[in-house]
Design a protein around this ligand. Structure first.
Ligand code: GLU
Length: 252
C-alpha cells in the first residue's frame, strides 16, 4: 500500500513488558506490516520519576527477541523537551495557568482558574481550555512539577513522527478525544485510532505494573507469542520455529 502508513509502539519504561504490552506491540506491528507500513518505537520516558533504570534497554531487547523489528531510530521523550515547550507556546491562546490541585478540579469541574487565578493562590500547572461539550474537561499540558503531561507529549511526538495509525489498548480510549482535539489545535493531521481489547488477570483487572502483571520471558517465547496472537483473534500456524518466523507467517 502506498499511503505511507506509519504506526508506532510507545512503551513507558516503568518495568519489563508484560502480556498486555506484548499484545499492544504485536497488534500495532501486524497492522503496520499488513499495510506495508513503517513501525516505529518510542520510549515514553517523559515522566522520569516513574521510569525504572534499565527498563528501556530491556524492553527493546525483548521486542527484538519476539521478532518485533522496528524501522528508524528509537525516539526518547527526555531528549525532546524543546519540541514540547514550542507546542505549549503555540497553544498559548488556548491555555491558562491553573492553581488547582487534581482533587479540587475533580470537586469543582471544570476547574476554577479558567477565568483567572484567585488572588490568594499561586499558579501550579498550565491547562488547556476545552469546549464545555467535551467530556474530558480542561486538561493539564504542563504539570505542577514542571513536567510536560502525557496528552501533550504523545500528540507532539505522533505529529512530529508523522504517525498515521495509532493502534493501542482500549485502556487509553479516554485519552483519544483530548488527543484528537490537540492535533486539531496544532494543525496536525489526525491519525486513525484503533483500540485493542485489554488483557486482564483472573480477577478481571487490567495487566499492569499496579496489578503486578508478571514479565513475559525476555528471550522470546514462542508459546507466549502464540497466546498474544490468539488474544488478537489470529490463528497462529504451528510450523514456525522462531518468533520472527511466526510473526512473518501471520502477516500473510
Ligand atoms: N506510553 C503509554 C503506555 O505505556 C502508551 C501511549 C500510547 O500508546 O499512546 O501506556
Amino acid at each position: 500500500m502506498a499511503d505511507g502508513y506509519r504506526g508506532r509502539f510507545a512503551p513507558s519504561p516503568t518495568g519489563p513488558l508484560h502480556f498486555g504490552s506484548l499484545v499492544a506491540a504485536v497488534g500495532s506491528w501486524l497492522d503496520a506490516r499488513r499495510h506495508n507500513g513503517k513501525w516505529l518505537v518510542r520510549i515514553e520516558d517523559i515522566d522520569e520519576p516513574r521510569c525504572v533504570p534499565g527498563a528501556d534497554t530491556l524492553i527493546l531487547k525483548t521486542l527484538e527477541a519476539y521478532g518485533l523489528e522496528w524501522d528508524e531510530e528509537v525516539v526518547r521523550q527526555t531528549r525532546r523537551h524543546p519540541l514540547y515547550a514550542a507546542a505549549v507556546e503555540a497553544l498559548k491562546a488556548h491555555t491558562f495557568p491553573c492553581a488547582c490541585t487534581r482533587k479540587e478540579v475533580g470537586d469543582r469541574y471544570p476547574g476554577t482558574c479558567r477565568n483567572g487565578i484567585p488572588p490568594d493562590r499561586e499558579p501550579r500547572a498550565i491547562r488547556l481550555r476545552v469546549p464545555d461539550d467535551m467530556a474530558c474537561g480542561d486538561f493539564v499540558l504542563r504539570r505542577a512539577d514542571g513536567l510536560y503531561a502525557y496528552q501533550l507529549v504523545v500528540v507532539v511526538d505522533d505529529a512530529a513522527q508523522g504517525i498515521t495509525h495509532v493502534v493501542r489498548g482500549a485502556d487509553l480510549l479516554d485519552s483519544t478525544p483530548p488527543q484528537i482535539y490537540l492535533h486539531q489545535l496544532l494543525n496536525a493531521p489526525v491519525p486513525t485510532y484503533i483500540h485493542l481489547p485489554i488483557a486482564t488477570n483472573a480477577a478481571g483487572e487490567k495487566l499492569s505494573k499496579q496489578t503486578k502483571a508478571p514479565a513475559i520471558p525476555p528471550n522470546g517465547d514462542l508459546q507466549t507469542l502464540k497466546e498474544a496472537l490468539r488474544f488478537l483473534g489470529e490463528e497462529p500456524l504451528h510450523t514456525a520455529a522462531t518468533c520472527r518466523e511466526l510473526l512473518v507467517q501471520t502477516i500473510r
